[in-house]
Write a protein that binds this ligand. Structure first.
Ligand SMILES: *[C@@H]1O[C@H](CO)[C@@H](O)[C@H](O)[C@H]1NC(C)=O
Ligand SMILES: *[C@@H]1O[C@H](CO)[C@@H](O)[C@H](O)[C@H]1NC(C)=O
Ligand SMILES: *[C@@H]1O[C@H](CO)[C@@H](O)[C@H](O)[C@H]1NC(C)=O
Ligand SMILES: *[C@@H]1O[C@H](CO)[C@@H](O)[C@H](O)[C@H]1NC(C)=O
Ligand SMILES: *[C@@H]1O[C@H](CO)[C@@H](O)[C@H](O)[C@H]1NC(C)=O
Ligand SMILES: *[C@@H]1O[C@H](CO)[C@@H](O)[C@H](O)[C@H]1NC(C)=O
Length: 278
């Protein structure tokens, strides 16, 4: 409905334009700014002016909410508010029975308020794959967006998008990688950049929180072999020493007991000898 009335309005204006253009225009109409980019739901000031010294009428044609802020014979300044869709405004003036108008393209943008960076898995073995995903739930215009993945200060991946949708869209970039030592030392981050220069705006940037990848480094193969060998040797020596202690202990006891036997026999010997002689 609103777009129909919008186009009806344009048709009426174009009809006016066609008739006035046939006769050479003696005056000009300007808009300031010449291009306008507004945050979704935002408000801006538009200035319509003319070179006609004494215009009869003038104004701003729009379906948006507008308020006249200030006026002088040669200009009128308006505040347009609640801009939620791309639209075209028309500034017009009538001078000596002639009407002139000038169009002003208004585009809306949605800043990437939320930038979600995820590493999956968060804990990864050296040389094994992991995924970096960056997601912006709502952004507009998508074709002005660049998502860049960083590892520390180094750019890992940069992606632009094609769009054209009138509503804020989700943007997502996914990169597969294999874990290196450096991945575990540096922060990962994701930057969203909205370049509105071609639409009369600036560059808006925002960056995600830093994310850290835990890289697990298994000990190398030959190191494992050395560890196993050393442990086996130590275990063997321990077992051997226990065994030797036991064997020597037994031997020593036997020797001591053996000595007592001989001595006792030695002591008993003269007695027997004596008894035999008596
Ligand atoms: C509107 O534009 C005219 C012509 O450029 C200028 O003289 C005037 O100061 C402007 N008004 C405002 C409020 O900016
Ligand atoms: C802004 O516009 C939207 C739809 O275009 C409407 O639902 C909303 O009520 C408007 N807000 C204000 C404050 O006018
Ligand atoms: C306004 O937008 C139309 C298309 O929607 C385009 O053809 C035209 O060049 C634009 N004008 C300006 C001044 O950017
Ligand atoms: C920038 O992004 C962060 C993280 O997603 C968010 O908390 C912050 O509000 C954003 N800033 C702006 C100005 O949108
Ligand atoms: C990343 O790997 C997953 C499976 O692990 C696959 O589904 C996906 O298509 C890959 N993405 C890219 C960009 O290579
Ligand atoms: C990683 O980010 C944290 C904060 O998010 C910061 O304190 C730390 O210094 C960063 N580390 C590197 C290596 O940049």
């Amino acid at each position: 409905m609103s777009s129909l009335s919008h186009w009806g309005l344009h048709a009426a204006l174009l009809a006016l334009l066609c008739c006035s253009e046939s006769s050479e225009a003696a005056f000009e109409v300007h808009t300031w700014p010449e291009r306008l980019v507004v945050e979704n739901g935002g408000s801006r000031t538009v200035n319509c002016s003319t070179s006609c010294a004494n215009p009869v009428t003038g104004g701003l044609e729009t379906t948006l909410d507008k308020t006249l802020l200030e006026e002088q014979p040669q200009w009128k300044s308006f505040r347009i508010s609640n801009v939620s869709q791309d639209t075209v405004l028309f500034c017009y003036f009538t001078c000596a029975g002639e009407q002139q108008s000038k169009s002003l393209n208004v585009s809306t943008y949605q800043v990437p308020k939320q930038i979600i960076l995820q590493l999956q898995p968060v804990w990864v073995t050296l040389g094994k794959p992991f995924t970096i995903e960056c997601r912006v739930p709502a952004v507009k215009p998508l074709e002005s967006l660049t998502l860049t993945l960083f590892r520390g200060k180094e750019t890992l991946h940069s992606q632009t998008f094609s769009g054209g949708a009138t509503d804020p869209q989700e943007a997502r970039v996914t990169v597969n990688s294999t874990a290196s030592k450096e991945d575990g030392l540096l922060n990962f981050s994701c930057q969203a950049e909205l370049d509105l220069r071609s639409r009369g705006g600036g560059i808006l940037r925002n960056i995600s929180e830093n994310k850290v990848l835990q890289v697990y480094e298994p000990p190398p193969e030959n190191q494992m072999v050395i560890i196993v060998t050393v442990v086996s040797v130590l275990l063997f020596l321990f077992v051997m020493s226990v065994l030797l202690c036991f064997v020597f202990g037994q031997h020593w006891r036997q020797r001591r007991m053996g000595t007592y036997g001989v001595r006792a026999a030695w002591r008993r010997l003269p007695q027997v000898f004596r008894v035999q002689h008596m």
